[in-house]
Design a protein around this ligand. Structure first.
Ligand SMILES: Cc1cc2nc3c(=O)[nH]c(=O)nc-3n(C[C@H](O)[C@H](O)[C@H](O)COP(=O)(O)OP(=O)(O)OC[C@H]3O[C@@H](n4cnc5c(N)ncnc54)[C@H](O)[C@@H]3O)c2cc1C
Length: 424
């Protein structure tokens, strides 16, 4: 940057997954790096709070072991991962429960899936039938076997249009895929780019959904632990960028050889004029405690009527989420919290879990505005970190709204910055 010499550090603004990943690669290349984080802890959107003996992730999140960046960078053993059962349970419009699972992983469930004969739920569910499900076969085969570079080059449509192109019957789309994907993309119209759908579906088919024993926040903490001591400066919000580096709210400044803005999309736009606006999704997660677990299985429960995105007894997945043995239930809905919403939600949960919910204790409510970029077509799956102003920008909004996307964006930006610095 103008005014800063080659001995100055590279400054990374933001210690979310993108910023931490970028910083790790810059440090490994031998550069001095300062990571300036506004919050009191690293992780950005992936954080876990401890409250009343419970681990509360900031919104329901799952850790997918198949992401390439995860395989490359995360030491899984350090996370003490707890798996979900493969597949999901769906509370049907008729009031029964269906289990959708990958029969290659749980062969014992294949028959139930095909016949619609169901699970010990509140009542029998109406299965989609073998022919309807068979329509998913070729699509699953493509996503499972084709290399990602091919999936990224498929024609881009909305997910709804793509499922129609593959002739997936409406009852499979509306009865299973739409409720499931609503919780993944945080929108329930299947408006998300079909390329993102294929990549996500691939990661679901190949990976295992898990939770770290210490909460999702353990993932960014592990990345931060691998940086040199003192590299991450918490509670250090950057107010503006300058010709020589950055300035803080109190007017003080820090010089930088280069600056990487690794914040969320809105903060990046306020720091770097000229960045495009990115529409985002908002989600609210309610955490409840119950003396008894309402579903003795580590699985996701969905609602075919889409009154919620998903619900899950977190303590069935990772008992460490509760210190006193009570069950911790996480339920997510689209949009923000509002008066009366939680009370209405309890009614829905009573129906879904077939149990009384009046004595459940509400232990937390988290609304995340800007939880994910709205990845509607046309959506570039990877954007350069270089910008016209000379500042570098990374984050999920420059790739895909996911752990993989954020880390891949940080990786790409570090690679580009290093290449630029090496240029004579
Ligand atoms: C509720 C929810 C559920 C999700 N579920 C999943 C899931 O199951 N699987 C999955 O793969 N992905 C999931 N995601 C998406 C994934 O968490 C994000 O895509 C990813 O964490 C984004 O990382 P990031 O580094 O790009 O941005 P962020 O995490 O937003 O990090 C940006 C950082 O910049 C800091 N910052 C901002 N402004 C400043 C400033 N001025 N100065 C200094 N620092 C600043 C912020 O405090 C923050 O720490 C979910 C997201 C949410 C919110």
């Amino acid at each position: 940057m103008n005014g800063a010499d080659a001995q100055s550090p590279v400054i990374v603004v933001g210690a979310g997954l993108a910023g931490l990943t970028c910083a790790l690669d810059l440090v490994r290349a031998g550069l001095p790096v300062r990571v300036l984080e506004a919050a009191d802890e690293v992780g950005g959107r992936v954080r876990t709070d401890r409250r009343d003996g419970f681990l509360l992730d900031r919104g329901f999140q799952v850790f997918n072991t198949s992401y390439p960046q995860v395989k490359r960078r995360i030491e899984l053993a350090r996370l003490r991962l707890r798996p979900f059962t493969p597949g999901v349970l769906i509370h049907t419009a008729e009031g029964g429960r269906l289990r959708f699972t990958d029969p290659t992983r749980r062969p014992s469930d294949a028959l139930a899936l095909l016949t619609g004969k169901q699970d010990r739920g509140p009542g029998p569910g109406q299965g989609p039938g073998p022919l309807a499900l068979a329509a998913l076969g070729p699509l699953c085969a493509l996503d499972l076997l084709a290399p990602p570079r091919l999936l990224k080059r498929l024609p881009e449509l909305t997910t709804r249009e793509e499922l129609a192109r593959w002739r997936v019957p409406d009852r499979v789309v509306d009865g299973f895929l739409r409720p499931f994907l609503a919780g993944v993309f945080l929108e329930d119209d299947l408006d998300t780019s079909s390329r993102m759908f294929h990549l996500t579906w691939r990661s679901m088919l190949r990976g295992t959904l898990t939770l770290p024993a210490d909460g999702m926040g353990a993932v960014p903490r592990q990345l931060a632990e691998d940086l040199p001591p003192g590299c991450v400066e918490r509670a250090s919000p950057v107010a503006a960028l300058s010709a020589a580096g950055v300035t803080f709210a109190d007017g003080s400044a820090a010089d930088a050889r280069a600056v990487v803005v690794a914040t969320d999309a809105a903060a990046a736009r306020s720091l770097v004029p000229g960045l495009p606006a990115v529409a985002t999704r908002t989600v609210t997660t309610y955490h409840h405690a119950a003396t008894r677990s309402p579903l003795r299985e580590p699985t996701l429960l969905l609602d075919a009527r889409r009154r919620i995105l998903n619900t899950c007894v977190l303590t069935e997945v990772a008992p460490t989420y509760s210190a006193d043995g009570r069950a911790l239930i996480s339920t997510s809905v689209l949009g923000t919290d509002a008066p009366g919403r939680e009370a209405a939600l309890r009614e829905v949960l009573a129906e879904l879990y077939a149990t009384g919910t009046r004595d459940w204790e509400r232990v937390g409510t988290t609304t995340v505005a800007g939880a994910l970029p709205a990845m509607v077509p046309p959506w570039l799956l990877s954007r350069t970190g270089r910008t016209a102003s000379g500042v570098y920008v990374c984050g999920d909004h420059r790739a895909t709204g996911s752990v993989q996307g954020a880390m891949a964006s940080g990786t790409r930006t570090a690679r580009e910055l290093l290449a630029d610095l090496r240029r004579p």
